[in-house]
Design a protein around this ligand. Structure first.
Ligand SMILES: [Fe+2]
Ligand SMILES: [Fe+2]
Length: 161
C-alpha cells in the first residue's frame, strides 16, 4: 500500500496534469478562434495527452490501494498575443511540470517506495520529450516568422493524430 504522503503528492500531480490539460484546451480554442486550425489540432492532442497523464497517475494509485482525488481546478489563461507567445508559454509551463515530476520522485525516494520511483521514470522521460518537442516548435516559429510560413507550419500540425 502506498504511503499517505506519497498518495497526497501524486494527487497534487493529478491536479497539475488536469490543469495542464485545461491550459492546452484553452490554447486550442484560442488558435481555433484565430483561424489556425493546425495549431488548434496540435493543442487539442496535447490536451488529450495531459488527461492521459492524469489518468495514468490515478490508475496507479488504485493499483497501489490508494485513493485518487479528482479535485477542483484553478482557472486557466484565455488570451495570447500570437502563436509564438503561446508556445513560449507552453515551454515555460512544461519546464515547471518537469520540476514538479522531479520533486515527486524525491518524495518516492524519501518514502523508500521503489515501485513508485520506477513508475515515475516514465514521466521523467516524457518531460524530456515534451520539452524537446516544444523547443523545436519554437525554433521553427522563429524561423518562419512571416504569415506565409506560419500557414505552412499550421498545415503541418494539422497532421497530428
Ligand atoms: Fe503531463
Ligand atoms: Fe506536458
Amino acid at each position: 500500500m502506498i504511503s499517505k504522503k506519497l498518495q497526497d503528492a501524486i494527487n497534487k500531480q493529478i491536479n497539475a496534469e488536469m490543469w495542464s490539460a485545461n491550459l492546452y484546451l484553452s490554447m486550442s480554442y484560442f488558435f481555433a478562434k484565430e483561424g489556425f486550425e493546425g495549431f488548434a489540432n496540435w493543442m487539442k492532442r496535447q490536451y488529450e495527452e495531459e488527461m492521459e497523464h492524469a489518468c495514468k497517475l490515478a490508475d496507479y494509485l488504485v493499483v497501489r490501494e490508494g485513493t485518487a482525488l479528482i479535485d477542483k481546478l484553478d482557472v486557466v489563461p484565455t488570451g495570447w498575443g500570437n502563436p509564438l507567445e503561446v508556445f513560449e508559454h507552453t515551454f515555460e509551463h512544461e519546464k515547471r511540470v518537469s520540476q514538479m515530476i522531479n520533486a515527486l520522485v524525491e518524495v518516492a525516494v524519501e518514502e523508500k517506495d521503489k515501485a513508485t520511483e520506477d513508475f515515475l521514470s516514465w514521466f521523467v522521460n516524457e518531460q524530456v520529450e515534451e520539452e524537446a518537442t516544444v523547443r523545436s516548435l519554437i525554433k521553427k516559429l522563429k524561423i518562419v516568422g512571416t504569415t506565409g510560413g506560419l500557414y505552412t507550419l499550421d498545415s503541418e500540425l494539422k497532421q497530428r493524430k
